[in-house]
Design a protein. Structure first.
Length: 151
């Protein structure tokens, strides 16, 4: 009888240890994922965005991806406010590109064609740029001056 109790206690300890390890791994994955992703709200529309913080991430952008969902995007966060140019190199779908300064839309380039050779430079300072699926700026009636909240 004593042997069964010891086996049951050891089995219980092993199960608890495995559960704690799995739970810890899941917490680390969630933390890493949320560190690199944010929710952006413009008017009442929310987008789940991937952050592009490093220069190599910003150069790559959404290039070489097949598509994104309507509620997804990429937010480019820059260390300083200045003019930021964008291009469509390696893009496989059209985009709306939104320049943001201090939580407000300052410029919108709508329906920018995939693979377009031209550089888009609105000649206006910004500290962030948001890329979303083409047509959504019009669909949701985004305007210059609209508030942009980042969660």
């Amino acid at each position: 009888m004593q042997t069964n109790n010891i086996k049951n206690k050891n089995t219980s300890r092993i199960i608890v240890a495995i559960f704690l390890i799995i739970f810890s791994i899941l917490i680390m994955i969630c933390f890493f994922y949320m560190k690199n992703h944010k929710i952006i709200q413009i008017n009442k529309q929310k987008f789940f965005v991937e952050l592009a913080l490093a220069e190599d991430e910003q150069a790559q952008g959404l290039g070489q991806r097949k598509d994104i969902k309507e509620n997804e995007g990429m937010l480019f966060v820059f260390p300083e406010k200045k003019e930021h140019s964008f291009w469509m190199k390696d893009m496989q779908f059209d985009l709306d590109i939104i320049w943001i300064e201090e939580g407000k839309i300052v410029y919108i380039a709508k329906n920018v064609s995939q693979g377009s050779p031209e550089t888009i430079n609105p000649k206006i300072n910004s500290d962030k740029v948001l890329e979303i699926k083409s047509g959504l700026s019009s669909k949701y009636n985004f305007q210059i001056g609209d508030s942009v909240k980042i969660y």
